[in-house]
Ligand binder design. Structure first.
Ligand SMILES: Nc1ncnc2c1ncn2[C@@H]1O[C@H](COP(=O)(O)OP(=O)(O)OP(=O)(O)O)[C@@H](O)[C@H]1O
Ligand SMILES: [Mg+2]
Length: 275
């Protein structure tokens, strides 16, 4: 009985998701922009880590952020995820979600996933179990439908294992993976939550060249369905990704465009690439 009513409400949810009327909290991408930052400033003891930073990310975009140490790249991610509150400026997710008024968990739940440099996987659990655990925080999975969804959930984990190239490692304890494989697992765990925007801070640091290239292929395959903001210092990797590049310097945008354009920008060469 409960199964039928749950199925009915699931159908209703599916219909609502495809209609033009937004549900409360649903992301409004009607202007094709997923993230707006305008005039964001953050100070630490009088030092401006972000200085009137303005930045726009389109839905489905794969954006690279580069810039010297201390430019404010990580601080920018802290503002987007609600970890740091800006002292001024506005930050919107889609047209309507004001990030400066949401808590960190609310922002994560709204669809912004963040990958920190150090993986936070469960080392003693298998790779499969790690992905399974990541999925269980999915609020949309109704308990009454659990038995029905179990097969579908297993399929989702299996698909993710293939996508992050860990299918052959599924039963291994995550602690035994290589550094690069652990990074992929954590990206897979983030993806199980189906974030609309993914923030990745130096994702290929410490990876082998081969792992770095595979990570680039993965990110390129994610763009479109997801929007990605990738902070990196590895220029070969940024070239592989091929997206628009934003150069941050002293807490603001110094230059923006394709990689060749910013690489030939004299100001960018002076503060970053020429060193
Ligand atoms: N919590 C904090 N308290 C004080 N100062 C901070 C804090 N977080 C960042 N800063 C300072 O703000 C500036 C910007 O730091 P941020 O970490 O955003 O730079 P970044 O561009 O990510 O650099 P990197 O490439 O080295 O990771 C730095 O000068 C840093 O020391
Ligand atoms: Mg940083």
């Amino acid at each position: 009985m409960s199964l039928h009513s749950s199925e009915a409400s699931q159908q209703w949810d599916d219909q609502a998701a495809t209609s033009h009327v937004l549900k409360p909290g649903e992301l409004d991408l009607s202007h094709k922009v997923i993230l707006y930052l305008e005039d964001i400033s953050v100070s630490f003891d009088g030092f401006k880590a972000l200085n009137n930073l303005s930045l726009t990310i389109d839905a489905g975009e794969l954006r690279c952020i580069i810039g010297p140490n201390g430019a404010g790249k990580t601080t920018m991610m802290d503002v987007i995820t609600g970890k740091t509150r800006p002292e001024s400026g506005s930050a919107f997710f889609g047209q309507t979600l004001d990030l400066t008024r949401l808590s960190e968990p609310e922002i994560a739940h709204a669809g912004i996933g963040r990958k920190f440099q150090k993986p936070t996987i469960f080392e003693s659990h298998s790779v499969f179990e790690n992905l399974e655990l990541a999925m269980k925080t999915d609020k949309r999975v109704r308990r009454s439908l659990f038995a029905v969804l179990a097969d579908g959930q297993r399929d989702r984990v299996a698909d993710m294992l293939r996508q992050i190239r860990l299918a052959e490692q599924a039963e291994r304890p995550a602690g035994l993976l290589s550094h690069g494989q652990k990074q992929w697992l954590e990206i897979g765990m983030l993806l199980m939550q189906e974030p609309k925007l993914l923030l990745l801070d130096e994702p290929v640091a410490g990876m082998t060249d081969d792992e770095t290239e595979r990570t680039g292929e993965l990110f390129k395959s994610l763009a479109g369905k997801h929007s990605l903001v990738v902070v990196e210092h590895d220029m070969a990797f940024i070239e592989q990704l091929g997206g628009k590049v934003t150069v941050l310097h002293e807490g603001a945008v110094l230059a923006e465009g394709d990689l060749a354009t910013v690489q030939n920008d004299q100001r960018v060469i002076e503060v970053y690439l020429g060193r």
